[in-house]
Write a protein that binds this ligand. Structure first.
Ligand code: ADP
Ligand code: MG
Length: 650
């Protein structure tokens, strides 16, 4: 690209007209200028004559209204935004009257900025920036922020920054304008030294004494060049990139990772610089994530509790009973029916039950209890076994032996103070029964019924010895796979209709209650989803808001980055990353808060709470995506800022 025989800078017929509303200011009125590599040029003129406007055009920060620009022989007049950014960061170094350092980062970081956008590796950047600061006498000030430095020191930092990417052309706009005379002299000496070591230096000043330091002086008046001492006959040996650059990372773009690291850094800086505002802004995300995490954990806990209770009663069964009992319109349910059901696929067993009241007596004590005549299928169907003694045996079942088991309530009533009445005898409706054992304690049922106020015995003992009837109260069929409950119920119906000639029975399954709970949980989840979506939306708007404020507050920083060579994508990426990081920080805070709420609920209300890693990851991912979605607009706004206006922003 660069031809050593062509002039470095050649502009022709440059006009610059500013339009503000209806007002037009014709600032540059046909400027032609040729500058060779290695020249030290001063552009001098009264305030308002158009010097800065000219410098911005020379430095490709601004574009002329009309006119041509050739840089090192190449026509750059029609370069797009990113090409201009590339040329700026590779060829130019800017020194401004008011230094234009980024206030939130230390001297070292400020010097590094142009190299970040050129994609130089971090190590190289650090070393080079430190070496430059050292060379400019700021070795001990590298970690100071601009506000901790004097004007002269800040200007030297900005000169170091101008040299960071090589600074083949140094454009200095009133570099001594804000300095005391001693610092001014120092800065001028520096520029002179740079010119002597081969940099092309273009110095802009309103001060003739300052301009006298240059080898060529061009005078501007009302947007025109009125005098020019002429080219200082540059030597053919003038170097384009005079500063030795050890291990320079050539023409590069920042790697994704380094771009992320940089953006992460400034995101955290922005975050901590105004913690209260940040906290308020992020509250939407925090509350959203926290409520989702906590409510899902509590919901899942409640579900697990329900499952546990449900499995204590057993849920994988279907109960069959007689419709309109004892009327002539229906047939009794029999042991034969129970046997027939055993052959249906998915029915793992069927338990006949004859339930009736009976009076039990032991010595002086008596009680009335529910007697459950059944078979050993009871054990599996109810998942309930003897806690003391043993359940009745297969032989007892077949022979209808007079044995029984007590629920704990009955045992306490008839054998108070006796820990295990197994082996004792009781009277049931005046028949003698042997106590085989006491069932495990079950406690109260859902509807407050005492499930331990029961007596269990072989079906045949109940039907022949006690109640004198064959008819069953219910049949309980247990199923292998609850998912197929509807099909299995249909099959049971078909078998019984065949046996009874009509549908004179009812079916009830525990699973329908269970399914209702499932459905409740699904609608609860839907509600939670809505809460999450709304709070995420609110959170997103919060993030967008803070990002818009950030862009406004950091307009100058954006201008500086753009002037020193950041491309549109660099700026977009930086602000997007900041938005995403903000959102993730909010999400993490929400995670912690949600966990705390869940743990609090578990502790205070003795609830079962189950946290899920999947939910946590989903919530964080959601927050990150939201940051991306809502950060895009502010980021784009930042990237589209015009560098000249951005720099002018104070
Ligand atoms: P100098 O640097 O020589 O003092 P400038 O180039 O800064 O002069 O400004 C030249 C003239 O252009 C001034 O009259 C100034 O008010 C005007 N000007 C500069 N920038 C703008 C702008 N962005 N919009 C409108 N007018 C501007
Ligand atoms: Mg000016």
């Amino acid at each position: 690209m660069i031809r050593s025989d062509a002039p470095l800078i050649e502009i022709h017929g440059i006009h610059r007209i500013y339009r503000t509303g209806d007002v037009e200011a014709h600032v540059l009125r046909g400027v032609d200028l040729t500058i060779h590599a290695g020249e030290f040029v001063a552009i001098v003129g009264a305030s308002g004559s158009g010097k800065s406007t000219l410098m911005n055009i020379l430095g490709l920060i601004d574009r002329p209204t009309t006119g041509r620009y050739r840089f090192a022989g190449e026509d750059v007049s029609n370069f797009g935004r990113d090409d201009r950014a590339r040329l700026r960061r590779n060829a130019f170094g800017f020194v401004f009257q008011h230094y234009h350092l980024i206030p939130t980062i230390p001297a070292l970081g400020n010097v590094e900025v142009p190299a970040i956008h050129a994609g130089a590796p971090r190590d190289y950047r650090r070393r080079r920036a430190a070496a430059l600061l050292e060379r400019l006498g700021l070795g001990g000030r590298m970690l100071n922020r601009p506000s901790q430095l004097s004007g002269g020191q800040q200007q030297r930092v900005s000169i170091a920054r101008a040299l960071m990417n090589g600074g083949a052309v140094i454009l200095a706009d009133e570099p001594t304008g804000a300095l005391d005379s001693r610092s001014g002299v120092e800065v001028m000496a520096l520029l002179k030294e740079l010119a002597e070591t081969g940099h092309t230096v273009i110095l802009i000043t309103h001060d003739r004494k300052v301009a006298a330091a240059a080898r060529r002086v061009i005078e501007v008046e009302d947007g025109r060049i009125v005098s020019d001492t002429g080219s200082d006959s540059p030597s053919a040996s003038s170097l384009m990139l005079p500063v030795s650059m050890p291990g320079r990372a050539g023409e590069g773009e920042p790697s994704l990772w380094s771009a992320f690291a940089e953006a992460a850094h400034s995101a955290f800086a922005a975050l901590v610089s105004n913690p209260v505002r940040t906290a308020l802004t992020l509250s939407g995300i925090v509350i959203g994530v926290a409520s989702v995490i906590a409510m899902l954990a509590i919901g899942r806990g409640a579900q697990a509790d329900y499952m546990e209770r449900a499995s204590a009663i057993g849920t994988n069964w279907v109960v069959i009973g007689r419709k309109g009992d004892n009327s002539a319109a229906s047939n009794p349910i029999t042991v034969g029916d129970a046997e027939a059901l055993k052959h249906i696929p998915n029915v793992s067993g069927s338990m006949p039950a004859l339930v009736d009241q009976a009076t039990l007596r032991h010595g002086e004590l008596d009680t009335t209890a529910r007697v459950f005549g059944t078979d050993r299928g009871f054990l599996a169907v109810h998942a309930w076994d003897a806690g003391k003694g043993t359940f009745f045996t297969e032989e007892d079942q077949i022979g209808g032996s007079p044995v029984l088991l007590f629920g704990t309530t009955v045992a306490e009533k008839l054998f108070p103070g006796i820990p295990d009445p197994s082996g004792r005898f009781v009277l049931v409706n005046n028949d003698i029964f042997l106590v085989s054992g006491v069932m495990e304690k079950k406690g109260l049922s859902e509807d407050g019924e005492d499930r331990d106020d029961i007596v269990i015995m072989p079906l045949r003992a109940a039907s022949t010895r006690l109640f004198g009837k064959e008819e069953l109260s219910i049949i309980v069929a247990s199923l292998n796979d609850m998912a197929r409950v509807e099909d299995t119920k249909d099959a049971i119906k078909a078998v019984l209709i065949e046996r009874h000639g009509r549908e004179d029975f009812w079916l009830h399954d525990a699973a329908s209650a269970f399914r209702k709970a499932e459905k409740d949980r699904a609608s609860m989840n839907l509600l939670l989803g809505a809460v999450a979506a709304i709070s995420m939306l609110v959170g997103g708007i919060g993030v967008m808001n803070i990002m818009l404020i950030t862009v406004r507050e950091r307009t100058k920083e954006i201008g500086i980055r753009t002037a020193t060579g950041a491309r549109t994508t660099d700026i977009v990426r930086q602000f997007m990353t900041e938005a995403v990081i903000l959102s993730i920080v909010g999400g993490l805070a929400g995670l912690v808060l949600g966990a705390a709420i869940g743990a609090g609920a578990a502790f205070i209300f003795d609830m079962t709470v189950i946290f899920s890693v999947t939910t946590a990851i989903a919530a964080l991912t959601g927050a990150a995506f939201m940051g991306m979605a809502f950060g895009f607009m502010p980021a784009l706004r930042a990237a589209r800022l015009d560098p000249v206006t951005a720099l002018a922003n104070e």
